[in-house]
Design a binder for this molecule. Structure first.
Ligand code: ZN
Length: 437
């Protein structure tokens, strides 16, 4: 339960229940309000307890050893069994777990030790947590042990890695691949069911908060997490777009879950979306001081400039960070109809980008040349007009301040909503509840 939800629980019964009975003496009102309040607190505390008791808790994690032998240790309150797999280029070890709570500061964990170069923790999908270990050298898993709790020592999950040859590791990777392919085929979704009902033909808009779960995205100079800020902003934008009921709006994620890039594209395609807006607030290394202000990106084969190229490269790393096996890029199909569709989609994307910049210009600070382009994988649906909006850059302290300001977010979301209305105005014209002006 989030802070905002908590506030709602605490506020709504007290205000709606009492507003309608003005005759009651203030003292009784207070007693009733307190009763409602304590009930709400009790319920939320109970909820939190049940929630916490369901998921195993990992309270500490550490790495020890040298370049021949390295041990990974997790301290936890109950037994969990990891499914361990491997990925190449770059070499990684993936530990898949049931959903757990990582109850330690994940960012303060320095794992560089022996065979381990770095690691990440987080929610990977509903009910699944994941640890991705970047390897310093090829490894083999020597053994996995679970040591039950003794005295006041917590239980421990121990994974021992030993140095292996390139060939051994390559074999580990290919075993993993065949297992994954098999499970993917077994779980293949029924595409008929996935296809959206388009009966009422309201324009479909997909908002795509970047990153999530194990992929934190950028971390601001003041500690702001990109994955959190873009999710909050996307929800605000969804609420604003929902007013008036003109559109069907979907979020690719509405919680802290990781979604692979290909799946984001697929969501837009399956819903037959009319517009796909990916929301980010990245950090850029090159020209750290210069990169500031909102930017709208569209897809292009060649990057418009160095900043766009760097950004697309870092965005496209998302799946590698989360330990998702990259799907082979389909070879370019030379189908003339597909090519036409792709071209038409691109011109709609550019049209929306320009409309958006027109609106943003008078509302917020933009970067110089605010429309840029590069090979963003998340914008590759051939049939869905798609843009990627950088709200600002978390590498810039001024931008970070704006991104966390409620007033700024309101202004940004209002301007984006206006741009969406303009984009769909011709289509909505003449329909009931059409946007006026
Ligand atoms: Zn991003």
């Amino acid at each position: 339960m989030t802070m905002a939800d908590n506030k709602k629980v605490l506020q709504s019964p007290a205000s709606s229940g009492l507003a309608g009975v003005p005759a009651i003496a203030p003292a009784i009102q207070w007693v009733m309000a307190l009763a409602v309040l304590s009930l709400a607190l009790l319920l939320s505390a109970y909820g939190a307890q049940v929630w916490a008791s369901e998921k195993p808790v990992i309270s500490a994690a550490r790495v020890a050893g040298d370049e021949d032998r390295t041990r990974i240790v997790f301290e936890l309150n109950t037994q969990v069994t990891p499914v361990i797999s491997a990925l190449g280029t770059p070499d990684r070890l993936i530990l898949d777990l049931p959903e757990v709570t990582f109850a330690f500061d994940k960012r303060a964990q320095n794992a560089e030790q022996g065979l381990v170069r770095d690691w990440r923790f987080g929610l990977f999908a509903v009910g699944k947590s994941r640890v991705v270990v970047d390897l310093a050298a090829p490894v083999r898993v020597d053994k996995t042990l679970f040591l039950p709790s003794i005295d006041d020592q917590p239980s421990r999950l121990v994974i021992d890695l030993v140095r292996a040859s390139e060939e051994e590791f390559a074999e580990f990777v290919s075993e993993t691949r065949s297992k994954r392919t098999a499970s993917r085929e077994a779980a293949a979704p029924n595409t008929d069911l996935m296809t959206a009902q388009r009966a009422n033909s309201k324009p479909v808009i997909v908002l795509d908060p970047g990153h999530g779960g194990i992929d934190y995205g950028a971390i601001g100079v003041g500690g702001t997490l990109e994955k959190a800020i873009v999710l909050e902003f996307s929800k605000l934008l969804r609420d604003k777009l929902s007013e008036g009921g003109l559109y069907q709006i979907h979020l690719t994620r509405d919680d802290d879950t990781f979604i692979p890039l290909g799946e984001r594209v697929q969501i837009g395609h399956d819903l037959a979306a009319d517009l796909f807006i990916s929301i980010h607030a990245d950090s850029v290394v090159r020209g750290k001081k210069l990169a500031r202000g909102a930017t709208v990106y569209t897809l292009s084969d060649r990057a418009s400039d160095d900043l766009a190229e760097e950004l697309a490269a870092s965005e496209n790393m998302s799946d590698i960070i989360a330990g998702v096996e990259l799907e082979e890029e389909p070879t370019e199909v030379t189908d003339i109809l597909l090519d036409l569709a792709r071209r038409e989609t691109r011109s709609f994307s550019v049209y929306f980008a320009k409309t958006l910049i027109g609106e943003l210009q008078s509302a917020v600070r933009l970067i110089r040349n605010p429309h840029r382009s590069a090979g963003f994988r998340v914008l590759k649906a051939h049939d869905v007009p798609s843009v990627l909006v950088e709200l600002g850059y978390l590498s810039n302290a001024h931008d970070e301040k704006l991104l966390i300001s409620e007033e700024w977010r309101e202004r940004m979301a209002d301007a984006m909503t206006e741009a969406v209305h303009s984009f769909f105005r011709p289509r909505l014209a003449g329909r009931d509840g059409a946007v006026s002006q």
